[in-house]
Design a protein around this ligand. Sequence first.
Ligand code: JIL
Length: 291
Amino acid sequence: CSKGRRGGRGCRSNMGESGVAAMAVTYQKFDPAAYLQYNYTSPRADFERQDSVVPWKLACLHRAFTEGDIEGDLLIDVGSGPTLYQVLSGCEIFNKVLLTDFVEANRQELKRWLQGEGGSLDWTPYIQHVCKLEGRSPCTWKEKAARLREVVSDVLPIDVHQAQPLAPEGLPPQGADCLVSCFCLESVSPDLDTFTKALGHISTLLRPGGHLLLIGALQESYYLGGPDLRIPVVPLNEAQVCAALQDQGFSLIRLEVYTLPQDMKVGVDDVCGVFFVKARKILKEDVRATR
Ligand SMILES: Nc1ncnc2c1ncn2[C@@H]1O[C@@H](CSCCNC[C@@H]2Cc3ccc([N+](=O)[O-])cc3CN2)[C@@H](O)[C@H]1O
């Protein structure tokens, strides 16, 4: 996992632009069912294992949403993919949740679950696990599923490479109170410069003082988005993630890192670790105070 730096600041924007266009074509072949099978079944999603990566992610999200500083009405999940684990804790805090993705097949996968039509993965064990984290019986998972279906108001198209990633209709003028985004930005950016710009674009969706919860891959250079679909990823280290957050006007609250045990490396990517970031969009008065 000692990959060199790639996509450093010296990248010219036209390399990023052509890479972004190529990425958009690649993602039209994304296979939600295969992706869910690769990443959201055992061993990566083994709720009996203390060192499984999905329980680690759910614990990070539960702690971040429930420690008392996150509040408001609107939570936006950026680049949801075909997954909804990322809003299982947030749905108890927010009365309105927007799921978003670039690929129609992913939006359809989410809509099928929201409409109670099932889908490619049974999310019950995930919902039961988060119920346990919340100190409630796993038997209340149906109530939690109903809460999630109640608060998710839409599943919208998004493009993080646009200065305005979401259509403005339906967004409050002041922005969302919280953003969550998991494994998206580094998986859709050909280089570090494009990753950093995409972070700036999604920041425009968030009100000043609002929180960002970002989960992503460390030192990943590719992953399988389908049986024959190898998707390039910009390899990131912690310092590059922190620099991008600072560049784009976020103050870091917490960075946690999960290092994959060997048996979590199942051949669907070359990811070495996963980062969890809790950050806050700097308020103008914060800037004055630091001068
Ligand atoms: N321009 C765009 N704007 C917004 N979203 C876009 C855009 N283009 C594509 N998208 C959308 O973003 C994508 C998000 S899924 C990206 C997958 N990331 C890599 C994968 C994930 C993963 C999961 C779990 C674990 N683990 O260790 O347990 C490791 C890893 C590392 N490999 C996808 O939904 C696409 O549809």
